[in-house]
Ligand binder design. Structure first.
Ligand SMILES: Nc1ncnc2c1ncn2[C@@H]1O[C@H](COP(=O)(O)OP(=O)(O)OP(=O)(O)O)[C@@H](O)[C@H]1O
Ligand SMILES: [Mg+2]
Length: 417
């Protein structure tokens, strides 16, 4: 007999909480020799800390599934929802449509006894690019900018992909150390400091100036910058649409700034929460955070250092205690950093065929998977939303079908008619 399952919730916690703090994301898929059948409901745990991997081939249902999880977060009872916050890094620019009901799959929703509904997610875009997004008709809620003084010379060097011992890098270290004498500064202050310097060769100065002029045009830096508390809002999902941001290096700057800061603020808040339990006044509050990375291989790649890599790995390894969670979405799990893979406790895998990707999943799965993973995927029927779940918390592998989205999914396949 199959009982209701909460992905990410141990048997012990299931007894303790039942379905409280869990969201309905699909149904069990029972696969026979010649047919398949949907069975009991499958839920997703929002109470404990998790590192989730959603993977599968192009168009297999990954973003759709992560949207389903987000919808269920919105449906949680307020007292649970208010203690957490979601931040979605959206390089494809597809999550804004969650604000609108899924009228395009009305019939499918009826079969699942669901009604189309839009959600109150918040859309944030980089400040300097606001006009571009507005012209595209996007329903923006607020803009964000990063304080320039947040990044060290080393961070800039990594972003520009310069060699650490290159003349440019050494000159930049000198400039940043000079300009940092001011508590706050903007890109223009950096450019002025380069201009005024009388030790660095002119040729190098010109290169540095041209790089920082380009940085200014990215439109994501300011002297003050947005406060993280204005981005991470209790009970809310904030979608950071970085689809108009030019390249992954810049996206990494935004992601690393948010990931590092949320981790740090959660460490502080965690201490206060413990003190409050002991009866002391709680001086500082900051919600438990879920960071969702679409195209996660660009933020935490296997074979390259990026600005977001260290904070993501820190969260993967040490995020459980302070309460920072990850949902990483990728077509190619094999391209993700090994340490991230090995810290994953929940995998939702849609169709995967490459042997390298299957090998990567083997890193995640534990001894409870006896059969070859390939066999599981071969048996998976080709229906929308069919996936294999590997759950370390209950030490099980099983097949599911993700329920249809009640909010509009903008990530469908482009067609000519
Ligand atoms: N659970 C589901 N129920 C019904 N339809 C689904 C489901 N999952 C996916 N689909 C359909 O498949 C399409 C593609 O799904 P999705 O956008 O999630 O792909 P993806 O895996 O994120 O692809 P990519 O790697 O290209 O981003 C959706 O637009 C939707 O029409
Ligand atoms: Mg997608």
């Amino acid at each position: 007999m199959i009982f209701e399952t909460v992905i990410g919730r141990s048997q012990e916690d299931l007894k303790k909480y039942g379905l409280y703090g869990a969201g309905y994301i699909g149904r069990y898929l029972v696969i026979g020799e010649y047919e398949w059948q949907l069975s009991s409901k499958i839920y997703f745990d929002f109470i404990k800390s998790h590192v989730v991997l959603i993977c599968g081939k192009r168009g297999s249902g990954k973003s759709y599934c992560s949207g389903t999880i987000l919808e269920e977060f919105c449906n949680l009872p307020e007292e649970i929802r208010e203690k957490s916050a979601f931040i979605v890094f959206d390089p494809m620019g597809i999550y804004w449509s969650m604000k609108y009901p899924n009228e395009q799959q009305k019939d499918l929703l009826k079969q699942w006894n669901l009604e189309p509904k839009g959600f109150d997610v918040l859309l944030a875009v980089p400040k300097g690019l606001e006009k571009v997004y507005r012209e595209a008709g996007l329903p923006i809620d607020f803009t964000i900018s990063i304080p320039v003084n947040y990044f060290s010379a080393e961070d800039w060097i990594l972003t520009f992909e310069w060699d650490r011992f290159d003349k440019k890098s050494i000159a930049l270290e000198k400039i940043i150390s000079e300009v940092s004498k001011k508590e706050k500064y903007d890109i223009n202050d950096i450019i002025e400091t380069i201009r005024k310097d009388n030790e660095i060769e002119n040729e190098i100065k010109n290169v540095l100036i041209s790089y920082f002029k380009a940085v200014e045009a990215w439109g994501i830096f300011e002297k003050e910058g947005t406060k993280i508390e204005e981005i991470v809002k209790p009970g809310k999902i904030v979608i950071i649409d970085v689809s108009r941001v030019k390249n992954d290096a810049i996206r990494n700057m935004i992601a690393s700034w948010i990931a590092r800061n949320t981790y740090y603020l959660r460490l502080l808040a965690r201490k206060e929460e413990e003190l409050a339990k002991m009866g002391y006044e709680q001086k500082f509050k900051f919600p438990i955070v879920w960071l969702v990375f679409e195209e996660a291989q660009n933020f935490a790649p296997r074979d390259k250092k990026t600005l977001a890599l260290d904070p993501i790995l820190t969260i993967a390894k040490q995020g459980r205690e302070p309460g920072v969670n990850l949902i990483c979405i990728t077509q190619m799990p094999n391209k993700l950093h090994q340490d991230l893979l090995s810290q994953t406790d929940i995998v939702i895998a849609f169709r995967l065929t490459s042997s390298e990707d299957l090998k990567a999943l083997r890193l995640v799965m534990q001894t409870y998977v006896e059969e070859e993973l390939e066999n599981y995927f071969n048996k998976l029927p080709r229906i929308p939303g069919a996936a294999i779940v590997l759950d370390d918390n209950i030490e099980r592998i099983f097949a599911i079908v993700v329920r249809p989205r009640i909010s509009w999914h903008a990530g469908g396949t482009a067609t000519v008619i």
